[in-house]
Design a protein around this ligand. Structure first.
Ligand code: PRX
Length: 567
């Protein structure tokens, strides 16, 4: 029997109070996610249970029990307090998927800091924009990433501490830098956990929009009430499960369901700190006996490329429940997984801003391949008219996905950007910015984003950020960036550029520009294709018409061009 049982019954009966009760939380109580994920699980008698099985790229494995994790997260928290980092200050995690990243997350929360996880693949500019916006006080990082921080630290007056977690005192450190080894430090048995309450800020996740700089979605400790229960019902955790979430904690999936969801449920999880390779992924599942697997469509499509034979080479019989998030999960992938693993991927839809799953396919519910499923019980979701923003009553009509505010893990603001935050709420609905329709049985069908943000391999890239970075290259006069269809990543970044006088469009220049963006922003934001143009299509007011360029890439009607400058 699954945890959720009968979905329709849950829709009638479930309230968030049920989750609060399971967590033994009452309004006004202290609620610290760091405590809930480690100390509380030990209090429940699971201190000796494995919390984390970690595997590095060279195959080395480290294992930590909940009790060891409790001590290590205390140790990190105490170190931050000793550094005089205050509750409410932003502490960034800029690391690969090493154990320090996971324990650092809980340690920061335990001392009341706001955790700001950033992908270690980010280049200097991506890192700088986010640290500057958040006025971040401290960064925990690895020595291999120190160089990127050193290049920008002089322009970040708020950044007081750069804490290198794997240096072991070898590298000569500079001003503001310090070396800290969580394993070598004297373990802290008792730490005074910061008495966070429901609305105390917890996590700041940056996400990209169509315009402007990336925005920091701010979450609070009360988000646990959603994350705990969605993990229990959708990922269907059972006591003996061995869980694998493939997401990096630089992305909200990697924190909500790669840290908080499993550990607040007292579940053992595995982390693989290595890039994607079909065989190593299957070997990882087999060797650790993974039972519940949460991944993303791009990874599933990459596995599909190797066919079912690759899957059959390994004994993957431990797997019992599969879920997916981040991009549309095409029906072919759902059908293929049934052939390859004898199990169906359950699609889930949510966002950085929602903090937890909003629309999902539940164990035991009929799956319609290609559909995102139905709203989580107690989440009120619908589609609203594209113009009036009134709920659409008729099935099959495309509108904007909208959610009634009030679920516990809703973001509370965009950091320093309350105005944009407010603009996301219309007619009493939170507007997700995605288009979908609902069928006569209440299933949601994703159609596409309602803006120009590019979703490449499940990761959002803001075209404006890439365009701004491109024009910093000496050869480039103007740029426009759009998503181009891709069979594996769904979309990849494509740039249209015009060159400054004296530059010729050559293959070499294209490569140089790609590399320039990869280093400055990230490998994901790097254009996979650059088209040199004599001029870019613009409106009469001089705005570049991305829409036209995008339509061309997708083979769609170009639409209304009446405001084009050449007409
Ligand atoms: O466009 C939707 C897409 O990813 C966006 C949210 O991205 P992010 O904030 O990075 O968080 C992703 C992980 C929770 C959404 O607005 N998206 C997410 N899940 C799905 C999806 N698109 C289609 N199907 C999904 N299941």
């Amino acid at each position: 029997m699954s945890n959720i049982g009968n979905y329709d019954k849950q829709v009638k009966n479930f309230t968030w109070e049920i989750s609060e009760k399971e967590l033994e939380y009452k309004k006004g109580d202290v609620i610290n996610i760091g405590e809930y994920c480690s100390d509380r699980i030990c209090r429940l008698g699971k201190g000796d249970k494995l919390a984390l099985i970690w595997q590095g790229h060279s195959g080395d494995v480290k294992k930590y029990t909940f009790d060891r994790m409790r001590v290590l997260t205390n140790t990190i928290a105490q170190y931050l307090v000793d550094k005089e980092i205050k509750p409410g200050e932003r502490v960034c995690l800029f690391m690969d998927k090493i154990p320090e990243l996971y324990f650092g997350f809980l340690g920061i929360l335990k001392m009341g800091g706001i955790c700001q996880p950033l992908f270690s693949a980010f280049g200097g500019e991506s890192l700088f924009t986010r640290l500057e916006d958040a006025e971040t006080t401290a960064v925990l990082t690895q020595k291999k990433h120190l160089g990127k921080i050193r290049k920008i630290v002089q322009d970040l007056p708020h950044l007081k501490h750069i804490i290198v977690v794997d240096d072991e005192g070898r590298k000569p450190l500079r001003e503001k830098e310090c070396s800290f080894s969580m394993e070598k430090e004297k373990g802290i048995e008792h730490f005074d956990i910061y008495p966070a309450t429901a609305e105390t800020p917890s996590v700041l996740h940056y996400t990209s929009g169509t315009t402007g700089k990336p925005k920091g979605a701010l979450h609070v400790h009360y988000s646990l009430v959603s994350q705990y229960m969605t993990a229990k019902y959708v990922l269907d955790f059972q006591e003996e499960d061995i869980y694998w979430c493939t997401a990096d904690p630089g992305w909200v999936t990697g924190t909500s369901y790669g840290i908080i969801g499993p550990w607040s449920n007292g579940i053992t999880q595995c982390v693989l700190d290595a890039g994607f390779r079909v065989e190593s992924w299957y070997r990882f599942i087999r060797d650790h006996g993974i039972t519940v697997w949460y991944s993303a469509p791009t990874a599933i499509r990459s596995l599909m490329k190797d066919g079912t034979a690759a899957a059959k080479k390994f004994n993957l019989s431990s797997l019992r429940h599969l879920c997916s998030v981040g991009e549309p999960l095409n029906s072919e992938a759902v059908i293929w997984s049934t052939k390859a693993y004898g199990l169906t991927f359950h699609d889930t839809f949510w966002q950085t801003e929602t903090g937890s799953m909003m629309i999902s396919n539940y164990p035991g519910m009929k799956i319609k391949p290609g559909s995102m499923g139905k709203p989580f019980p107690a989440v009120s979701a619908t589609v609203v008219d594209l113009k009036t923003h009134e709920p659409i009553e008729k099935p099959g009509i495309v509108g904007l996905i909208a959610i009634k505010p009030g679920w516990p893990s809703m973001f509370r603001t965009y950091w320093n950007n309350e105005e944009v935050y407010k603009s996301k709420f219309i007619n009493g609905w939170y507007i997700c910015g995605d288009r979908a329709s609902i069928d006569e049985e209440g299933y949601f069908w994703f159609v596409g984003r309602d803006d120009d943000v590019i979703n490449t391999g499940g990761h959002l890239v803001g075209p404006f950020e890439v365009e701004s970075a491109l024009i910093e290259h000496e050869a480039i006069a103007e740029s426009a960036v759009v998503g181009k269809p891709d069979p594996v990543n769904m979309e990849v970044v494509k740039a249209f550029i015009t060159l400054n006088p004296g530059y010729e469009p050559t293959d070499m220049l294209e490569l140089k520009i790609m590399n320039f963006i990869r280093k400055k922003l990230s490998p994901l934001a790097m254009p996979q294709e650059i088209e040199f143009m004599d001029k870019l299509p613009k409106t009469r007011s001089g705005k570049i018409m991305r829409r036209m360029l995008k339509a061309k890439e997708w083979g769609e009607e170009i639409g209304d061009t009446s405001t084009l400058e050449d007409e």
